[in-house]
Design a protein around this ligand. Structure first.
Ligand code: PMP
Length: 286
């Protein structure tokens, strides 16, 4: 059992850097594959650098620990792994001590498309944090205060998730995921400069889309772009692709038959489980 002192910068001020990573079971070879470990570790290093937290992040040591912990816990199916760089000595928000690294795998199944319930979203009255004050591109605990305000408000008002706009009224992201729109035959994402995390899943989906000749574009999206889209999805490591049914009670146009979300999520699972041979370079077998 690891302990973090109450008077540490992590405990008092939420100063840490972290990643959420997934491992998916391939039922053909019965192995679990870790998805885009290198990209997650690169982003973790970038978050630590921005926060001036010194940490030794070695992929082989981390992968070894994931293997050991997965085995010790008897995880035989899909998993989620939280890697957190913690400032665990006594200090203030300005401390620049070396961080310790915690690696925490838990059992977590992929989304079941059959039972997946499309979510009710609202535009939050809270603005997303921004690059001039607290960059949302740094993945650190303290950024989730803003996420918490938005999610609390959404839930109090009977919605499932918030969608934050930035200072200019453009869509930034949700509280723990990005936003993708399927609109007039084009897959649209916001830009990182609009106030979103540089999402590994958005990048994955964009590469899958291009590989099957679906047009993908990143641009500023406003509220009306969302209201008038055919489909809107949450996109992120934890939520994978999760469909949104309505925004501010306005139902999305939708399409009859097989939805874009269903098609893309099917392809996503093929990639993360190693069934699509074009993307095997993203996988580490446990
Ligand atoms: N935005 C926020 C605020 C998040 O917490 C996440 C989840 N990490 C994402 C976007 C999606 O990023 P990724 O696809 O890299 O998981």
């Amino acid at each position: 059992m690891a302990t973090v002192p109450l008077a540490s910068a992590t405990s008092l001020y939420g100063i840490n850097a972290f990643e959420g990573i997934r491992g998916y079971k391939n039922y053909a070879d019965n192995k679990i594959y870790i998805f885009r470990l290198d990209d997650h570790l690169d982003r973790l290093r970038a978050s630590c650098a921005a926060l001036n937290i010194k940490a030794e992040i070695h992929r082989e040591i981390i992968l070894d620990n994931i293997r050991t912990l997965t085995k010790a816990n008897d995880f035989a199916d899909d998993i989620a792994i939280r890697i957190v760089v913690i400032c665990d000595s006594i200090g203030s928000w300005s401390s620049t001590e070396a961080g310790s690294i915690a690696i925490m795998p838990v059992s977590k199944r992929r989304i079941d498309r059959e039972s997946c319930k499309p979510l009710k979203a609202c535009i939050s009255s809270w603005e997303r944090i921004n690059g001039k004050s607290q960059p949302p591109r740094v993945k650190c605990g303290a950024n989730y205060l803003n996420s918490r305000y938005g999610l609390m408000e959404a839930k109090f008002n009977g919605y499932d998730v918030p969608i934050f706009l930035n200072t200019n009224g453009l869509v930034a992201e949700s509280s723990g995921a990005c936003i993708l729109a399927w609109r007039n035959g084009v897959l649209l994402s916001t830009r990182t400069t609009d106030g979103r995390l540089d999402s590994i899943t958005v990048n994955t989906i964009s590469q899958i889309a291009r590989s099957v000749e679906i047009e993908y574009s990143e641009r500023g999206l406003d509220r009306m772009d969302l209201y008038t889209s055919d489909e809107i999805m949450l996109c992120g490591t934890a939520v994978e692709l999760t469909p949104i049914a309505s925004i501010d009670h306005i139902s999305l146009k939708g399409k009859s038959g097989k939805s874009f979300w269903e098609r893309m999520h099917t392809k996503y699972i093929e990639v993360v489980t190693g069934q699509n041979k074009n993307f095997l370079h993203w996988l580490d077998k446990l």
